[in-house]
Design a protein around this ligand. Structure first.
Ligand code: KG4
Ligand code: ZN
Length: 357
């Protein structure tokens, strides 16, 4: 089984061809990606109109390259998968329409993939992880703790009630005058900073449920920065180190809480998985590693190129769905908001941006 995957929900245009091997593992035949970081950098964040135009310009060429690198032709494909959301609607329409058109002209099954589901299933492509597992999805737009029980079978154990984890890094960087994207800049500064100089809050630590909140932490950094302005290089490094340490404490505590919920309501997880751009952060990775070992679990972190947005995860989610016969009609609409799951019943209520996303 060979599937083409198309990703255009945010600021990466990506196309990839993935094959299902006889042993049930995936083989990435090609994985083409074009990041728009430079186009958005002057604005300090993703500008939806610029993103949509850039997808239109780049996508055809990327698909051709992905097909050529994989050495397959359209007649060799068993399906065409495109991310149908959640994400920026202009970009989603570009990838979705392209995917549907290819499906129509080649007469191959069409798979409308949920971008979050693609992240959730990616450790099965990279590491062959068996269901069920606990996934910490930490990117610029999404922060969720998900019990992944099977394809189309997810239970959300926790989410952010305000900023996504990557978003908190990005906003903190912007506030401190560091370049976009903020996560790598903050991590670089933090390396030479003192994480203990500023007493920053750890919001929601120890709370019931596994939700987290990061906007108060970001505000605390702003207040400290304003109090000691003008900032020296050492001040910036110390603020970054303090912020990164606090985020790590919060995320590890909430992941530990999610593991407890998993064990009481779902069963024994086969692994703790971290995915999304923030999974690049070494301080966070090390802390999650410790948490996994103390819980008797393996930490699985897909290689970085497959943690951040990419086409291979869309193609793989397409394969997982296609082999269960879950194909989609060509009138499937773009879904800028497309939650993966309902919340586990009986958990504390919160209204969150992620409910909408
Ligand atoms: O998954 P991703 O590439 O795109 C989506 O948001 O879907 O994640 C990008 C996010 C950005 O917020 C970026 O600042 C963050 O991941 N990030 C990091 C690091 N590298 C990227 N955050 C913390 N530390 C890093 N090293
Ligand atoms: Zn993503």
């Amino acid at each position: 089984m060979i599937v083409l995957g198309i990703e255009t929900t945010c600021d990466e245009t990506a196309a990839s061809v993935v094959a299902l091997q006889r042993d049930g593992r995936g083989h990435i035949l090609s994985n083409e990606i074009l990041s728009q970081i430079e186009e958005h950098a002057p604005y300090g964040g993703v500008v939806p109109e610029i993103a949509a135009r850039a997808h239109v310009t780049a996508l055809d060429g990327l698909i051709s390259r992905a097909m050529a690198r994989a050495q397959v032709s359209f007649k060799d494909l068993d399906g065409i998968a495109a991310a149908a959301g959640p994400g920026l609607v202009g970009g989603v329409i570009v990838g979705l329409t392209t995917g549907k058109t290819l499906s129509l002209v080649t007469d191959k099954p069409f798979l409308a993939v949920n971008h979050l589901e693609a992240h959730a299933l990616s450790p099965r492509l990279t590491d062959g992880v068996d269901f069920p597992y606990l996934l910490l999805l930490a990117s610029g737009g999404h922060s969720q703790l998900l019990a992944v029980r099977g394809v189309d079978d997810y239970v959300r154990l926790g989410t952010t009630i305000d900023d996504a984890i990557g978003e908190a890094f990005d906003k903190t960087a912007k506030m401190l005058g560091l370049p976009y994207p903020g996560g790598p800049s903050v991590e670089r500064e933090a390396e030479r900073g003192n994480p203990e100089r500023f007493a920053l809050p750890r919001p929601m630590l120890g709370r019931a449920g596994a939700d987290f909140s990061l906007s108060g932490l970001k505000t605390a950094v702003r207040i400290e920065a304003e109090r000691i302005a003008p900032l020296t290089n050492t001040d910036i490094a110390d603020l970054c180190a303090g912020f990164q340490a606090a985020v790590t404490d919060v995320v590890v505590d909430r992941t530990r809480a999610a593991l407890r919920l998993f064990r009481t309501s779902i069963g024994t997880p086969n692994a703790l998985v971290v995915a999304g751009g923030v999974a690049a952060n070494m301080t966070l990775r090390r802390a999650l590693h410790r948490l996994a070992s103390e819980s008797g679990l393996t930490l699985v972190a897909p290689p970085l190129a497959l943690c951040t947005d990419n086409g291979a995860m869309i193609a793989w989610a397409g394969i997982e769905r296609l082999r269960l016969g879950l194909v989609d009609p060509l009138d499937t609409p773009p879904k800028p908001r497309w939650p993966l799951t309902a919340k586990l019943s009986g958990m504390p209520d919160s209204i969150t941006p992620e409910d909408a996303a």
